[in-house]
Design a protein. Structure first.
Length: 293
């Protein structure tokens, strides 16, 4: 295996500014693996188990679990692989596969955490660098989201103009279909209808009539996705429960639109003002986590 010197790691943003002595101690905690071409380091959707460091060879990152698809990125040495997921516990977004025989240094997530607990002088600059990396990712993502938001606004305005033109024209079977389609798209694109996923610090639950509680997977002002589709929630049936949020409880009811392995999606009935305010405040708190103020 190619020898990795502590000074080599300083070229990697994640290890920038950490002393050679501290990097040497960190390297000693890694284990070496020589893997053949086609070895899967981790699959998309899996829980992070290791932090990987590519020493020689090449790793392809592919979206989804099908490794036959075209890689989105090709990583060459010297580079960390999946460092954000390994430290934060985020599930893998891609599948990592070696494209040639490769040397990998890796450390288990629990071992890495234990190392940092006993080496605080290494942990502080490491997490400081990680925070800067995440901040850069957030800035880039914010710019892309802003571009998409402007595109969505232009699209909404164009569809509204088209709807006005169709409504001003003589009604025909085609114009009626166009109107219904445009109205549905315009309403669907309103931000308040977007489903958001509760975070670990802002969890919400649904208490069923039988007394059991089920975690909420996604929620908007008009839709609710609960985790357990086996709780008597069948497509087309009426449903009711109590939404439990950090700000209070909200009696909710509606019709089940779909029910499968991913959970049950329920279209909610209108809420009275008192409960609508509780839900709106909760949604605002969750949605604010998507913005950098």
């Amino acid at each position: 295996m190619k020898t990795v010197r502590p000074s080599d790691l300083n070229a990697i943003p994640l290890f920038h500014g950490i002393t050679d002595a501290h990097l040497a101690a960190l390297l000693d905690a890694f284990e070496h693996r020589h893997v053949p071409s086609g070895d899967v380091l981790f699959d998309a959707g899996s829980e992070p188990a290791h932090l990987h460091l590519l020493v020689s060879g090449e790793v392809a990152l592919k979206e989804g679990v099908e490794t036959a698809e075209e890689p989105r990125f090709r990583i060459r040495p010297l580079a960390p692989i999946g460092e954000l997921g390994a430290v934060t516990g985020l599930k893998r977004n891609t599948t990592a596969v070696t494209t040639q025989p490769s040397d990998i240094l890796r450390i288990g997530v629990a071992d890495l955490r234990q190392f940092f607990e006993s080496h605080g002088d290494v942990a502080f600059p490491f997490y400081h660098n990680l925070l800067n990396i995440v901040a850069d990712k957030v800035r880039r993502d914010t710019r892309r989201v802003e571009e998409m938001r402007h595109n969505l606004i232009r699209t909404q305005k164009a569809m509204k103009k088209m709807l006005e033109l169709v409504l001003e024209s003589d009604e025909t079977p085609l114009s009626k279909s166009l109107c219904e389609t445009l109205e549905d798209l315009i309403e669907h694109n309103r931000r308040v209808h977007y489903l958001v996923e509760p975070t670990s610090t802002l969890t919400s639950w649904v208490r069923l009539d039988a007394g059991s509680t089920i975690p909420v997977r996604e929620i908007s002002d008009s839709l609710l996705r609960i985790a357990d589709a086996a709780a008597g929630a069948r497509a087309g049936t009426e449903w009711s429960g109590v939404l439990i949020t950090p700000g209070g409880e909200v009696p909710v009811s509606g019709k089940v639109e779909s029910s499968d392995g991913s959970g049950a999606l329920i279209r909610l009935d209108l809420l009275i003002d008192q409960y609508a305010t509780v839900l709106r405040d909760y949604l605002t708190r969750v949605q604010m986590l998507d913005f950098v103020v």
